[in-house]
Design a protein around this ligand. Sequence first.
Ligand code: C2O
Ligand code: CU
Ligand code: CU
Length: 544
Amino acid sequence: MPKLTRRSMLAAAAAAGVAGIAGGFLWSHRPRPGAQRAEPPFVADPAFPNPLKLPGADGMNGVLDASGALTMVAKAARYPLLPGKPAAILAYETEHQGRTLLNPLLRVRTGAQLRIKLWNSLDETSIIHWHGLKVDSNNDGHPHYAVPGGATYDYQFTVANRAATYWYHPHPHHLTGKQVYRGLAGLFIVEDEEEIALQMALDLALGETDIPLVLQDRRFDENGQLVFKPTAEEQLHGHYGAEALVNLTPRPHLAAATRLYRFRVLNGSNARLYRLAFRQGDLLLDYHVIGTDGGLLDRPRTVKEAFLAPGERLDILLDLRATLPGESITFVSLPFDAMHQEMAGGAAHGSADHSQHGAHHMDGAQSTASDGSALDLMRIQVHRRVAYDRAIPQSLSNPGPVPESTFSPRLVVLDQARGRWRINGTTYQDDATPIVVRQGSSEVWDIRNVRPSMPHPMHIHGFQFRVLSRTGSPEQQQRLAVTAAGLAATDLGWKDTVLVWPGETVRIVTDFSHPFRGDQVYMVHCHNLEHEDGGMMVNLKVTA
Ligand code: C2O
Ligand code: CU
Ligand code: CU
């Protein structure tokens, strides 16, 4: 933007700002409808022409306050991912009180009892996994329970988790990546008293100022249809798309006001990592991490950037009180070293190699589709001044104590042999249980990623764990440390998925207590869905 234009725009915005304060002052003492100042008309930035899709009362990602019984039909549908080009997708459809929702955002209270029927109307097997929920193995969506097309599966469970942003997605072995990629995924937001108190304190409303942002990269053909045909190389690295979608919206904008916004970010991508930041001009803005996978932290942590790996969630506040109408902020993924070095002599096989896979420039010359490349995810256009006097609470929640363990750490090694990623030297076998733990025990695991390797977001079903330390971290991770043990803000609180870089050892502790009767079989796997489908997954048996 030429200097003069920008300066005159700022001047105009500043003038509008002064009028706004005066108007607000007058209004609060002597309501006069005529005193309202004119807002600058909202004009979407042409580089971000599409309004961000927000969860509403129905349709895609509509909000469903779930309690009791509900049927979700996994089916083929059409949906314009690219504007004007209805794409063949898959979605969970549900009818609720006369409304039809696709991939409903399920909102529940802690303690709610749910009965959910999955009706698999696909032409292949499927099953729903409730990512992050503490349920028994019958309700976990383990691939063992996948049902064929035409069949149903009944879930019945009590939501025991604390408030957080969880999610659900299919989990049939070898098909998870494809089914998620084609659209099957939704959010599962749990609320409890601490959460409601925060919403009241900050005047947050879901879909308006409390906004889920689901990040997914996709590849399209000329007709706007999804392309998913991983090559052997992509099965090894993961499947990357050239277009970054936020809430299934390509190049979205969000029209915002001068107040606090909460974003619940889910990395719902098959393989891509994001290094999340908010950029205004050349500046990276501070933002506040208030929660991670398993809910609110004890207190907010202020950061300028954070890595978010597939499966992970990040709950953040962005403060737009100091911005002026007319200013805009870009939600970006900053470039980083993706460390795809799994071949011997890996440096030559770095992330730049991916640019050959249907990559195109998204916004600016350096942006390609490769993992680790710069991406502009969303433009936040501030266009409205509002009075907002709430402050970020210094204390958010009581996450409870870190479990203590008397066992010596269990080693979980991530490596690769003959083109397959492994966990402790094995790949997935339905009937094998390489990891057995005792119900009620707490175990420390050292998850060690060899080098050369690739980043692996490691996920445990059925439990939330705490991250104790990171050692051997690459510099780009190390410099985000907020504790002496090397943890980043994204490692704090309760987690179900943790990123492990090549050469790194991440120590976690899990309390394997649960209230269910008998042995339970869960899983441990990499949430890079191509790795998972390729067998980087093992059963975890919790014996009674
Ligand atoms: Cu979200 Cu087994 O995964
Ligand atoms: Cu899971
Ligand atoms: Cu992996």
